[in-house]
Design a protein around this ligand. Structure first.
Ligand code: NAD
Length: 249
């Protein structure tokens, strides 16, 4: 992996899980990294933290402008902030759909819109969106979440086409079940968290969950000049779940 010396990156949802691992990896590789998060309290130096809600346009514009001013430019945007939703179409009402689509899809549109004028000035511009295997797997009990990630996949392809001649690459990663605080919260809500975790691990082709660091590694690759000829792709980081045509139980 080439290093990110001299590059400036912005990671949304960078205070926890996949975003945090990504921000720390990019910084360890030499990037100057700004984290934009609902709750940036735990963000530590050398990372720069900015409070923002990707569900709110004014908040995003303010935080992106502040981050780019402090960084002195922008080369890499990692659109990672996202929230979950469970259930079938009968379980989620319109309010749920607006809330989740607003964060998971329009949130990425907002940060991209704010970042693109700055990315155009970079000679190594890359956008990486955190999508999910849910975009194409047909997971049960995840109608709203899957639809939101399907939209992220389509958005990634459309943006890649729109900005290729401007030298801006746009790709996404499709993580499988990753061991982050998000999944920890879901497991903690189960009657027997340890048994639930064991069952979840047993359903993985590898027998274990994907780590946040493994997803971060894929994001860093797509953000780095090493992937300079790659745009409009989705990189699976799912322990073989999709490539091997295995379905979660
Ligand atoms: P996480 O809950 O550990 O971290 C998410 C971070 O995003 C948190 O710091 C949170 O404060 C921030 N955030 C949430 N809503 C926000 C908003 N409106 N504005 C700004 N920040 C906001 O979650 P994670 O597991 O690291 O997930 C990160 C991304 O990875 C999400 O897009 C998720 O859909 C995707 N993903 C996760 C998994 C998994 O199994 N964990 C699998 C596939 C995809």
């Amino acid at each position: 992996m080439s290093d990110f010396e001299g590059l400036k990156a912005l990671v949304t949802g960078g205070a926890s899980g996949i975003g945090r691992a990504t921000a720390e990896l990019l910084a360890a590789r030499g990037a100057q990294v700004a984290v934009l998060d609902l709750d940036p309290e735990g963000v530590q130096k050398p990372l720069l933290g900015y409070q923002a809600d990707v569900g709110d346009d004014e908040s995003v514009r303010r935080a992106v402008a502040a981050a780019v001013a402090d960084l002195g430019g922008l080369d890499v945007l990692v659109n990672n902030a996202g929230i979950g939703a469970q259930g079938t179409v009968e379980d989620n009402d319109d309010e749920d759909w607006h809330r989740v689509m607003n964060v998971n899809v329009v949130g990425m549109v907002r940060t991209s819109r704010a970042a693109l004028p700055h990315l155009r000035k970079s000679s190594h511009a890359a956008v990486v969106n955190t999508c999910s295997i849910a975009a194409t797997a047909g997971l049960p009990q995840r109608a709203l979440y899957s639809a939101s990630k399907g939209a992220v996949l389509s958005l990634t392809l459309a943006m890649a086409a729109d900005h290729i001649r401007e030298g801006i690459r746009v790709n996404c990663v499709n993580p499988g079940t990753a061991d982050t605080p998000w999944v920890g919260r879901l497991l903690d809500a189960a009657p027997d968290p340890a048994a639930e975790r064991a069952a979840l691990e047993a359903r993985q082709p590898t027998g274990r969950l994907v780590s946040a660091d493994e997803v971060a590694g894929a994001i860093a690759y797509l953000a780095s000049p090493l992937s300079g000829a790659t745009t409009g792709t989705a990189l699976a980081v799912d322990g073989g779940m999709q490539g091997l045509r295995l379905r979660p139980a």
